[in-house]
Design a protein around this ligand. Structure first.
Ligand SMILES: NC(=O)c1ccc[n+]([C@@H]2O[C@H](COP(=O)([O-])OP(=O)(O)OC[C@H]3O[C@@H](n4cnc5c(N)ncnc54)[C@H](O)[C@@H]3O)[C@@H](O)[C@H]2O)c1
Length: 261
């Protein structure tokens, strides 16, 4: 008789309905993770699950709803077992100057990129602390580290998110739990294409690649924008035991665009 092996812990990907989150789910699935996917977009979630194949559980949730997040995390753990890895990718983006942007845009970006993230970290992180095991990667942005015209709200929300994760990494290190940030630059997703004149015209990436000195923005030294899988690979590495001595770091995956300023 063969002994049944215990199932590996679950990996939760938040923001898995499209873009970098979908690529992260696909990359982690290929690396052998037992996935559970969450996002507010249930149709996109189902599509990601179908692309991965097998039966990947999906949990529609808006991370702005603190109680809903706590409920979903409890449900995942009772239905599928402990969450051992968290990849938090969900985020929102709007541009506007510090002086003239709509206060509602600031609220929305902080509600999702900061407070929503915090709800996920608290629900997942407390259970990890209890078990003294886990690893966490949160997707930030290179705009957290360098001032960009029109990105006051977005960049500052990602700067806040980055520091929350670094402090969390410090607080959880004593439990053997790691927390890191992956900070993408321009990456080919719907969010990035919303900045282009024509979202369907691939030459829209040229602006990001060449930069715009009238906006004090250098281009991308590596001469390309990222594919979502480039970000996903960094997330996969940081979640894995190959990164067992790395915590509280912010890994910029931006083709050199910020000159790592
Ligand atoms: N694409 C880029 O150029 C770029 C650059 C730097 C950082 N980022 C960051 O990478 C992450 C992924 O971005 P993307 O380009 O794939 O964007 P995207 O808009 O394609 O995907 C974002 C995902 O987050 C989900 N989401 C948004 N608000 C949510 C909420 N309240 N509750 C649950 N889910 C929610 C969306 O439904 C969507 O599936 C974001 O955090 C973004 O800020 C992207």
């Amino acid at each position: 008789m063969t002994e049944t092996q215990p199932l590996p812990p679950v990996t939760l990907v938040v923001g898995a309905a499209q873009g970098i989150g979908r690529a992260t789910a696909e990359t982690l699935a290929r690396a052998g993770h037992r996935l559970v996917l969450a996002d507010r977009n249930s149709e996109g979630l189902r599509k990601t699950a179908t692309l991965i194949g097998g039966s990947v559980p999906t949990y529609p949730v808006d991370i702005r709803d603190h109680d809903a997040v706590a409920y979903v995390v409890d449900s995942i753990e009772s239905e599928h077992g402990p969450i051992g890895h968290l990849a938090h990718v969900a985020g929102v983006f709007t541009t506007g100057s510090v002086l003239d942007s709509d206060p509602d845009d600031w609220q929305r970006m902080f509600d999702v990129n900061v407070t929503g993230l915090l709800s996920v970290l608290r629900s997942v992180g407390r259970n990890m602390r209890e078990r003294r095991s886990g690893s966490i990667v949160v997707v930030g942005s290179n705009s957290a580290g360098v001032p960009r015209m029109g990105m006051g709200a977005y960049g500052s929300s990602k700067a806040a998110a980055t520091m929350i994760v670094r402090v969390l990494g410090l607080e959880l290190a004593q439990y053997g739990i790691r927390a890191n940030i992956v900070a993408p630059g321009s990456t080919d997703t719907a969010m990035q294409r919303s900045l282009w004149q024509d979202p369907d015209d691939d030459t829209g990436a040229r602006g990001a690649i060449e930069g715009d000195l009238s906006q004090f923005k250098v281009g991308i030294p590596l001469g390309r924008i990222a594919e979502p899988v480039d970000i996903a690979d960094a997330i996969e590495f940081l979640l894995s035991d190959r990164a067992r001595h790395i915590t509280m770091q912010s890994l910029y995956v931006d083709g050199g665009a910020t000159l790592r300023a």
